[in-house]
Write a protein of this length. Structure first.
Length: 290
């Protein structure tokens, strides 16, 4: 049997060793936790979104409060710009002004300082007679005679993708008609929607925004890299994405879209994608950076 003093010394030594082991284990755990947290942060890192505009295909008849979701969104984001596409009848219709429901709804829309309203005009891939297109522009221009009903530009739908001299001339005529129209309010915005990347010779100086993509979520993801490398500044492009799954990380998706284009629209709806605002509307509006 050892002397009491020797046994006590060894006992203290063992306690010291245990403390050192416990301290080492604790330090290791702290380092491991820090490493894991940093790894998670970097694995979830996403591109910071860029300031954008919401482009709204407003193909909804304005009755029974059907535009209220838009009014609410506009009011909730006063520093965010909205471009609303007005489409009473696949164009302006034949009357000098739209029906009473449209008049009241557009006047309310135009009362917001962060909204530009643009009139819808189809071109049928530049096969619709140019005189008919010019007539539609004139009808929209005539709305200026009714208080707060003026359009701020024209949205040309079904625009061509392939170049020909005749097509380029057609595009130039209708663009210029908007730019010189006294009835269209400033900035006399010209938006083309070919729904895909057009021949660059069809993107004129008079064309302010070209919708370089209109399609479903899966196709957008596949084409995203190509869309990110287009030659013009992002301010001259728009992207419209429908059929977005509810499981998609909306903030991340919107930020990625903003690096492709400045004018954005996103919805979870697939069939009749523009007949309503969809269940992702409010989340989408919150995700767009102003």
């Amino acid at each position: 049997m050892e002397a009491p003093s020797t046994a006590l010394h060894e006992q203290e030594t063992r306690k010291t060793r245990r403390r050192r082991i416990l301290v080492a284990i604790a330090a290791f755990l702290v380092v491991a936790i820090v490493v894991i947290v940093v790894a998670v942060i970097f694995s979830n890192k996403r591109q910071h979104g860029l300031e954008s505009t919401i482009l709204v295909p407003l193909y909804i008849y304005p009755d029974n409060g059907s535009w209220n979701s838009l009014y609410k969104a506009i009011g909730s984001r006063p520093n965010l710009n909205f471009t609303a596409i007005i489409n009473p009848s696949s164009g302006p219709g034949n009357a000098s002004t739209p029906g009473a429901d449209y008049v009241a709804a557009i006047q309310k829309l135009n009362s917001f300082s962060n909204v530009q309203s643009v009139g819808y005009v189809p071109t049928s891939l530049a096969t619709r007679p140019v005189d008919e297109v010019l007539a539609d522009i004139s009808v929209y221009a005539g709305w200026c005679h009714t208080t707060n009903l003026s359009m701020h530009g024209i949205f040309f739908d079904e625009m061509p993708v392939n170049y020909s001299a005749a097509t380029a001339d057609y595009v130039g005529q209708i663009d210029v008609a908007v730019k010189i129209s006294e009835g269209i309010s400033s900035p006399r915005l010209v938006v083309h929607n070919p729904g895909a990347v057009p021949d660059p010779r069809l993107v004129l100086e008079t064309t302010d925004v070209t919708i370089s993509f209109e399609g479903d979520y899966n196709t957008f993801v596949q084409q995203q890299a190509t869309l990110s490398s287009l030659p013009q500044p992002r301010s001259r492009y728009g992207v419209v994405v429908h059929s977005t799954p509810l499981s998609a990380k909306l903030d991340k998706l919107v930020d990625e879209m903003s690096h492709v284009a400045q004018s954005l629209f996103l919805t979870d709806l697939d069939e009749n994608a523009y007949a309503d605002f969809g269940s992702t509307w409010i989340s989408f509006v919150r995700a767009v950076r102003a």
